[in-house]
Design a protein around this ligand. Structure first.
Ligand code: GRF
Length: 202
């Protein structure tokens, strides 16, 4: 998992792996900031957690290649971004084609980028939510795996709306990870498509 901050989604995912809701192990947590609170949470849970500072690398490609090397060394099958505040570059995308997930606090393609909840309030939408999607080279783009809608209430503030979306995120992300790990899907154009299971018993 790649994080930059609080790590509440990381927390929810670790919990899901431990209570059996998600059949996976978090192999390693990487942050781009040593102060990311999520790092300590991972360590407290007995999970390897390291900071790789972009400043230690010549450029973005070198940084992304270093992340890819470390993830490969740990044998990870799926990379999950959770509040990782950097665009993912070619070396990492090519190392994990269609194997990088991100969660975003809006119903994409509405309100990509920073402050999605503030954008939703400013626009006046009645419904927003959370999206888990495969990561491609563009910001908050890529085929959508799962979405969950959250109504916007008349008296919502950025804080109250963000809190209700976050509850959905914590439910949505582990379920989406399980879905991706279970396989049986393809990407057709922009669409993440679940293949029908063929019953071969007859
Ligand atoms: C979440 O709202 C997520 O959707 C967005 O960044 C935030 C990360 O929160 N990409 P946390 O660090 O998981 O608590």
């Amino acid at each position: 998992m790649l994080i930059s901050g609080r790590g509440s989604n990381l927390h929810a995912i670790i919990d899901a792996t431990r209570d059996g809701a998600l059949d996976a192990d978090v192999a390693i947590v990487i942050a781009n900031r040593a102060e990311a609170p999520g790092l300590q949470h991972a360590r407290d849970a007995g999970i390897e957690a390291v900071c790789l500072s972009p400043r230690a690398y010549a450029d973005r490609n070198a940084y992304d290649a270093a992340i890819a090397d470390l993830l490969r060394a740990r044998g990870v099958a799926l990379v999950c971004l959770a509040g990782f505040m950097r665009l993912i570059g070619r070396p990492l995308l090519d190392a994990f084609p269609n194997r990088i997930l991100n969660i975003h606090p809006s119903l994409l393609p509405a309100f990509p980028g920073l402050d999605a909840q503030r954008q939703a309030l400013a626009h006046g939408v009645r419904v927003t939510g959370a999206t888990v999607h495969l990561v491609d080279g563009d910001l908050d783009a890529g085929p959508i795996v799962s979405q969950s809608a959250v109504p916007v209430l008349d008296d919502d503030t950025v804080e109250t709306l963000s809190a209700r979306i976050l509850i959905e995120e914590h439910r949505l992300y582990p379920a989406a990870i399980q879905r991706v790990l279970d396989g049986g899907w393809i990407v057709r154009g922009r669409r993440f498509v679940q293949m029908k299971t063929v019953d071969t018993r007859e």
